[in-house]
Design a binder for this molecule. Sequence first.
Ligand code: URA
Length: 440
Amino acid sequence: MAENPNTFLGGIVVKRDGGELAEDFYKHFMPSIASGEIPDYQVSAWLMAIFLKGMSSGETGAMTQAIARSGKIISFPHIKQATVDKHSTGGVGDKITFLVAPLVSACGVMAPLTAGRGLGHTGGTIDKLESIPGVRTQFTAEEMEGLLERVGWLICAQSKDIAPADGVLYRLRNATGTVSSLPLVVSSIMGKKLAVENDGLVLDVKFGSGAFFPEVEKARELSRTMVEIGKSAGRTCRAVLTNMEQPLGRAVGNSLELTEAIELLKGTRKDCPDVVEVTLALGAQMLIVAGLVNDEKEGRDKLLQAWGRGEGYDRLVAMVSAQGGDVSYLHQPQKFPQAKNVAEFKAPASGFITAIDARRIGELARRMGAGREYAEQEIDRSVGIVFRARVGEEVRAGEVLAVIYFNGVQKSEYVAELSGSITIGEQPPDQQPLILEVVS
Ligand code: URA
């Protein structure tokens, strides 16, 4: 006997067999997923069926709307300026939010950001931010508006009010190998974005080994799908395609990345030109979308001036303080708990670094405890990897290429994994573009 298509089990069977579910299915069942009424094993089976068989564009749109409506639709009736959000499709060493959001805020953009936790091999803004003791990331609509009025920007997590269905789906995708599915990524990101009524959105869509979709064509498809959904919901929406072939910046791991972002924002270090470039590219688009500048050059100049005056750092301090965090950790990042063990990875040969496989590095950081392999896992915010050398640099045999910060005893496994992730060749590699294009 065929399964009843009006039950969740029926929906699993339809997706298993490659069929299409009606809009009503998504409308009806997303609140039940959000409330926990549908057991995790059934939701996981459904996610795997979607991962394997895909979704029509109509279903992706219906799922996005249903995720957005699984909680409240948040708006900011008292904020008169344009509000703009930013979201990354997920990367390794991606700490851009901690730079770009305070900088655009210093330039006059109202920025209520909804961010995620670590997913698959990628790190999450919320996990990194929560390295700071006391910081809150869940707010009511009124609290969000209050933060915008007082500070001009905020970072909040998906919550029981904001796209709660995404909370369940995100947790289960992370633990069931169902992250890299285009409709699931689109509906997860855009479901959260449509739950908060901002005027604009800038998406950082990654391509390269550390991205969920390494191929440029797939990243373009992801960009176009999300921009279309954003526009049909009345948002000014742009996507910037950025390279995630090697980790972004030098640090990978929660508090290590936050420390790097803090120091770059303060201006006490200058050794991450890629982080600076991606920050300026995305920030300029946020200023354009907010209507504050006419073109990218004007946006970049404005951001650099604010950065030079230390206003980005001041805005970061203001946000952390307003969200209840202990700002002494920003002033003295050495206060973050340190991993017990440190190991150096040295170049096995002289030559040029031709590749640092971002995907493998992200998986390594996750295995070291920086991310979750099962839903309830506590993460270790102290562990990670800091690179001393980057792709294209010439190195000598025996030179330290990376430092591993870890707890536990698996040093030889971590060193072996690094050795397999870093390639040294005789010739310098071809230069790859860091920013490929803007989809608008
Ligand atoms: N960020 C999200 O919020 N969801 C995804 O699926 C990927 C990145």
